[in-house]
Write a new protein. Structure first.
Length: 170
């Protein structure tokens, strides 16, 4: 019974030190074994696997560097293309605005010529032309442009419209 009691009184610090010493001894033996094998020029499975993993890591690093360079080129090309598209959209917008202004100006001036020549015009035509002028002014204001061609035509149209309102549309 004393033997069993002795087993329960184990000093764990000695056990810990013994296990630690054994591990250090195994590590020294393995390191010595590796050093000898390396000096002889042999390659174990473990060493081959470690070398292959290292080569794979280096190859992956090179591939990533190449991929990153390609990515940077693609991003630069994409940025240039985005800028080209943006410039094209700006040009198209300006062309559209110019066309819209020209169309409205033409319609207003054409109606003013018709009124000045005394051709018959109904109330809806006058109202439509006045709305076109408001739209024309709004487009000019939105684009920072000035009106210089349609003001006289609008004076003719407004004067004729006021006169028609007084006299009645026929």
């Amino acid at each position: 019974m004393n033997d069993i009691a002795e087993l329960t009184n184990i000093d764990f610090s000695y056990v810990f030190l013994a296990v630690f010493a054994i591990l250090i001894g195994v590590k020294v033996i393995v390191s010595l074994f590796e050093w000898i094998i390396e000096r002889v020029g042999l390659e174990t499975k473990w060493m081959r696997k470690k070398r292959q993993e290292h080569e794979l890591l280096l190859q992956t690093s090179r591939n990533l560097t190449t991929l990153q360079a390609k990515h940077e080129k693609e991003v630069a090309r994409s940025d240039r293309r985005d800028e080209e598209i943006s410039n094209d959209i700006k040009k198209l917008t300006l062309m559209f605005v110019d066309k819209e202004i020209d169309d409205l100006r033409w319609e207003i001036n054409n109606f003013a010529t018709k009124v000045a020549e005394g051709k018959p015009c109904n109330k809806d035509s006058f109202v439509h032309c006045i709305h076109m002028y408001e739209k024309y002014e709004k487009i000019l204001e939105e684009n920072g442009l000035e009106n210089g061609e349609v003001e006289i035509s609008m004076e003719i149209i407004n004067d004729a419209y006021k006169q028609k309102l007084k006299d009645g549309f026929s």
